[in-house]
Ligand binder design. Structure first.
Ligand code: ADP
Ligand code: MG
Length: 248
């Protein structure tokens, strides 16, 4: 069986500065892989190379054995890659239900414009997705009126609307406190497990990382410092050093 995702020798430079420097790793079925590392380590840039928002200078990305490293984002989405970004990407003036419906229309291969209407099937499906992410009761609330945590769950709902076979989540709990982060990630993990979708996520809070990841990659200065089980990463003196005594 092909691995879910394979990154091989990914390099991305901005001028003389190399943000991602020869990164290789593999994601397997059933995994919840955390990517951690100090600010500026290259995590978001690496995600952009995986999702297609940026193209690598060298290296490749394989999705289910197929090379996608030079495909645009929507073609990767069509091949099963679902994602959410560090910066919120829902339509603020649209309701939760409308946001998910737009996702479903786009996933169905339709172009979307302000006059598009979801089909009855899509409306039903949108309701089912909102129920999965715990937002059934808030379906008519505009995204901008929702709490930060609810907006992140809505983004997960929009990501699920593309029927992903892998979810890439860049700081899904950005801006949340510790308890809210924990609850949000627990919910994401439960959904991913019940849908049998492997996830790759970036998360700041180490306690949250060590509770939910099945494997951890530590990225430092654009390179993989460690790729190991959470317990091994927690004990690794190189990781502590990389964070310069930040509380991990
Ligand atoms: P992280 O997500 O780990 O905090 P990023 O991938 O956002 O790190 O950034 C890694 C480094 O690359 C940072 O030093 C950042 O300033 C730099 N960088 C990111 N995007 C660009 C860009 N478009 N142009 C120039 N430098 C960039
Ligand atoms: Mg980032």
């Amino acid at each position: 069986m092909n691995p879910v995702l394979q990154a091989t020798g990914l390099v991305k430079s901005f001028g003389a500065f190399t943000a991602v420097n020869d990164v290789s790793f593999t994601v397997h079925e059933g995994e919840a892989l955390a990517i951690i590392g100090p600010n500026g380590a290259g995590k978001s840039t690496l995600f952009d190379l995986l999702t297609g928002r940026k193209t690598p200078d060298t290296g490749d990305v394989k999705l289910f054995g197929e090379s996608v490293g030079h495909l645009p984002p929507w073609k990767r989405v069509a091949r099963g890659l679902g994602r959410s970004f560090q910066v919120s990407s829902v339509f603020p003036t649209f309701t939760a239900e409308e946001n998910v419906q737009i996702g479903l229309m786009l996933a169905g291969g339709k172009t979307w414009n302000a006059f598009s209407r979801a089909t009855e099937t899509q409306k039903e499906e949108a309701k089912a997705i909102l129920a999965k992410v715990g937002l059934a009761a808030k379906k008519d609330v505009p995204a901008s009126d929702m709490s930060y945590g609810d907006q992140r769950m809505l983004e997960l709902g929009v990501a699920l609307s593309t029927r992903p076979r892998l979810l890439l989540l860049d700081e899904p709990t950005a801006g949340m406190g510790r308890e809210e982060s924990r609850e949000c990630l627990a919910q994401i993990r439960a959904i991913a497990a019940s849908e049998q979708i492997p996830i790759v996520f970036v998360e700041h809070d180490m306690n949250v990382v060590f509770s939910f990841a099945t494997r951890v990659i530590v990225l430092v200065a654009g390179q993989v410092l460690v790729d190991a089980a959470p317990e091994a990463v927690r004990k690794d003196p190189r990781v502590k050093e990389a964070y310069f005594g930040e509380d991990i």
